[in-house]
Design a protein around this ligand. Sequence first.
Ligand code: PRP
Ligand code: URA
Ligand code: MG
Length: 206
Amino acid sequence: MYKESTNVVVKHLVNRLRDVRTTSNEFRLTIEEISRILASEALNDFPTITQNINTWQGALDVEVIEVQKLVLIPILRAGEPMLTGILRTLPYAKSGFLAMKRDEETSLSKLFYENIPNLENKTVILLDPMVATGGSLIDGIEYLKSKNAKKIITLNIIGSPFGVKKVTEAHPDVDMFIAQIDERLDENNYIRPGLGDAGDRAFNTH
Ligand SMILES: O=P(O)(O)OC[C@H]1O[C@H](OP(=O)(O)OP(=O)(O)O)[C@H](O)[C@@H]1O
Ligand SMILES: O=c1cc[nH]c(=O)[nH]1
Ligand SMILES: [Mg+2]
């Protein structure tokens, strides 16, 4: 399934990403902010455990997210600020990494590096801001399934209708939380209106 955010703050922040005046530093910080909101939407139903803590009035049983059951995995480069943002909320979540690059001639993704912790019995939150053809996300999900992830949730910022459909058809068991689905994929497989190349915008390489 996929769920497009209805949060007006998320929409507001996505439009800041689209603005060409937004500097790379502000772009990364905005991605961090959006990702923290998307993560709280995605984790709303996540299982909690009871923890006994000491408060100013003594011992108290409280409900906390079972962070040990989570693994955060960004698809580099553009997914990196998403990880940074979510780690500010969940600083002790385990993280793994997939470094992928889409070949701009063929639009096929290639995996260059991975470092993934044990995923057995873990829920993976896969992070990539852009879902254009959907190829990178589909390949990333397949890789994590081959590593026996128990459940996969993706957090994405902008998708094309084509890419989102491809991902949900290829992996109907994956829950996709996306900030905004844009109008279309263009003839160069870029999202319109989109924001350009998210990696270049984030790391000042355009
Ligand atoms: O849905 P797709 O057609 O596969 O395109 C989306 C992919 O392209 C972008 O990464 P890119 O390959 O440009 O790498 P980068 O993050 O290093 O810029 C983006 O972050 C996705 O991973
Ligand atoms: O629109 C697009 C397509 C692929 N990658 C991006 O960063 N943006
Ligand atoms: Mg790129």
